[in-house]
Every structure is written in structure tokens, then in C-alpha cells.
Design a protein around this ligand. Structure first.
Ligand SMILES: Nc1ncnc2c1ncn2[C@@H]1O[C@H](COP(=O)(O)OP(=O)(O)O)[C@@H](O)[C@H]1O
Ligand SMILES: O=P(O)(O)OC[C@H]1O[C@](O)(COP(=O)(O)O)[C@@H](O)[C@@H]1O
Length: 315
């Protein structure tokens, strides 16, 4: 069982347009709503692939009702923590060449009592779980101290602690030495404080984090696939997507596939290949859609026989 906590969930509103032009009236050719936020997406992807998961979410306002409805429609089991503010709606703008522009709201202010209730709900769901993944930004009012409460509580219940975030909250979370972190290329550069132009640089940065006490560092690298590093191992995998449609949620689906593989006892390189398959399959789908097993079967992920260390990233 994999538990997710999304401290700052959203309803994701994806708009398909021809070309993004500042200051113009742009007519969307298509639009869709999905339950969103990083942990929510991880749980949606797991549920779509038959894996046991529970999503813990603070819920408030009209968008909160909509989120609960959307989650209910996808069959994801969720524990709602009532809050007085309204959760956010995040907009993504999708262009035909696959370019995705994301506009994320800050989210509602959570009181201390609401934050405590969110931690308690997560720790109660963590009883008997294999992994607990805390994913995405923190809403205003939530101190980064929340990560040490969660890390201690999750470990006391015998589960493994996963974090995926960005900026200052991610730095604070990394200080608790999670069992697994999933930065993307930019987030890893933020964590180590310098640019990482090649896979060799990414490997060195991931090794630095492993040496500091994090068991598994999984770095998602967009079209360049993903690199997974542990104390004794490093693996890279990639899958080509001929027509990218939306990258929203791709990182979350990659993390879901990876955790599913690890929870099923796969060796890390095979779990990585699964993660890349789920992430790349998500890129071929609209909005924040998560892939089904059929979608995953359509991509052909490959484990690199040797690490392509000179690969220049993002080209
Ligand atoms: N253009 C793409 N082509 C193929 N796979 C992609 C592409 N963009 C993302 N992916 C897949 O999705 C995963 C997550 O993407 P990434 O953009 O790194 O994450 P995030 O959404 O966290 O920024 C990658 O590891 C890769 O497997
Ligand atoms: O919490 P944050 O960092 O604002 O991100 C939330 C947004 O990220 C998403 O979880 C998508 O994440 P990724 O594209 O990084 O996988 C959206 O569903 C959501 O709107």
C-alpha cells in the first residue's frame, strides 16, 4: 500500500490553444478538468494500474467539492481533511508542439490546527503502508517543520518516507533524509546549488545526496528519461514519445511507476524502467491524465546499457 499526502492539492484546468501570445484574446480549442496536485496524481496513476493507494488531501471551498467528486469518479480512495479556505485551481496551457505552460496558485492558508489534522490523517493512513509519499508545494501558513513530524511519524510506523517538492520546502524535506526523493533536473540543481548541464553532473549531484544519507535519488529528466542512484548502483532509462501532448503530471506518474515497482519487490533498475514507462505514457495523454496499463504498454522504455555520461541535457 502506498499512501500519498498532497498538502496543496488542486483542480487542474488544462486549455489547448494554437499558440501562447501575451496580451491577446486566445480561444481554447479544448479544455479539461482533472483532480491535481503531485500526490493526488501519484495516487491516481497507482489506482489506474490496480495498485493499492490512499490519497490524503486537505479539502475546502467549491474546488474542494470538485476535487472530491473528480477523485471519486476515478475510484481513488481518499481521506479528506476539512479546511476553511478554498483549495486552488491550477491552469496549464498546452500548445500543439507539446509546450506546456503552468500557472499555479499559491493555495489556501492552513491554520496550525488544520496542519496538525493533515499530519494526523497521514500518519493514521500510514499504519501498515510500505511507502508514504509527501508531494508538491506547501500551502501558505504551513511551516517546513511539518516534514520532520511526518518523517518521524512515518518511520515510527515502519513505512518508508518519500518527498517530491521544490524550492525551500524541498531543501527542508531533504534535511530529514527521506528514503527516496524525486527531483526533476531543475529541482536537483536547486538542491545542490549549481547548474547540471550533463548527465555526469546530475550523477555527481545525486551521489552527493546519497552520501548525505538519502537511500534512493530518482532524477526525472524530461525527454532525456530518468537517472536513479543508490549507494551501490546507478541506472538510466529513457522512452521516446513521438507526439508529446501534455507534460503536466508526467513527473508524478514517473514517481508512481517507480514506487509501484519498488513496492512489488523489483530490482531498482527494473523499477526505474517502469517509472519511465508510466511518465512517458503520461506525456502522450491530454491534461493531467494518468496512463492505464494499455497506455503504458504502448511505450518502449529502454535501460541504457551504460550510463550516457556525456549526454547534454535538455537538447
Ligand atoms: N518529452 C518527453 N518525451 C518522453 N518522455 C518524457 C518527456 N517529458 C517527460 N517524460 C517522461 O516523464 C518523466 C517526468 O518528466 P519530467 O518533466 O522530468 O518531470 P516533472 O513533471 O516532475 O518536471 C521523465 O522521467 C520521462 O520518463
Ligand atoms: O504543488 P505544486 O508544485 O504547485 O504543483 C502542483 C501542480 O503540479 C502537478 O501535480 C503536476 O506536476 P508535474 O507536472 O511536476 O508532475 C499538477 O497536477 C498540479 O497542478
Amino acid at each position: 500500500m502506498i499512501v500519498t499526502l498532497t498538502p496543496n492539492p488542486s483542480v487542474d484546468h488544462a486549455l489547448v490553444i494554437d499558440e501562447l501570445e501575451r496580451g491577446e484574446v486566445l480561444r481554447a480549442a479544448d479544455a479539461r478538468l482533472d483532480a491535481g496536485g503531485k500526490g493526488v496524481n501519484v495516487s491516481r496513476a497507482l489506482a489506474a494500474n490496480g495498485a493499492e493507494t490512499v490519497a490524503v488531501v486537505p479539502v475546502g471551498g467549491h474546488q474542494g467539492h470538485l476535487l472530491a467528486d473528480l477523485l471519486g469518479a476515478t475510484g481513488v480512495s481518499h481521506r479528506d481533511v476539512p479546511i476553511s479556505g478554498a483549495i486552488r485551481m491550477n491552469v496549464s496551457v498546452l500548445e500543439p508542439d507539446g509546450t506546456t505552460t503552468k500557472l499555479n496558485e499559491p493555495g489556501p492558508v492552513l491554520s496550525e490546527a488544520e496542519t496538525r489534522a493533515m499530519v494526523d490523517a497521514t500518519l493514521s493512513a500510514a499504519e501498515g503502508a510500505a511507502w508514504v509519499a509527501v508531494c508538491g508545494s506547501l500551502p501558505p501558513g504551513v511551516s517546513t517543520d511539518v516534514y520532520s513530524d511526518l518523517a518521524d511519524g512515518v518511520r515510527a510506523r515502519g513505512a518508508r518516507f518519500v518527498v517530491d517538492s521544490s524550492g525551500a520546502p524541498f531543501l527542508a524535506a531533504v534535511a530529514t533524509k527521506p528514503n527516496l526523493i524525486k527531483p526533476n533536473h531543475e529541482e536537483l540543481a536547486e538542491l545542490v546549488g549549481h547548474d547540471l548541464p550533463t548527465l555526469r553532473d546530475v550523477l555527481a549531484a545525486a551521489r552527493e545526496l546519497v552520501t548525505s544519507g538519502i537511500e534512493i535519488v530518482a532524477v526525472s529528466l524530461g525527454a532525456d528519461g530518468a537517472l536513479l542512484v543508490t549507494e551501490g548502483d546507478a541506472a538510466h532509462a529513457q522512452a521516446k514519445v513521438t507526439t508529446p501532448v501534455s507534460t503536466v503530471g508526467a513527473g508524478d506518474c514517473m514517481l508512481a511507476g517507480l514506487l509501484h515497482g519498488l513496492a512489488s519487490g523489483l530490482p531498482i533498475s527494473e523499477a526505474l524502467v517502469g517509472g519511465v514507462a508510466w511518465g512517458s505514457a503520461a506525456v502522450a495523454l491530454p491534461g493531467s491524465s494518468v496512463p492505464t496499463p494499455d497506455d503504458v504498454r504502448r511505450v518502449a522504455p529502454a535501460l541504457s546499457p551504460e550510463l550516457p555520461l556525456s549526454l547534454e541535457l535538455g537538447h
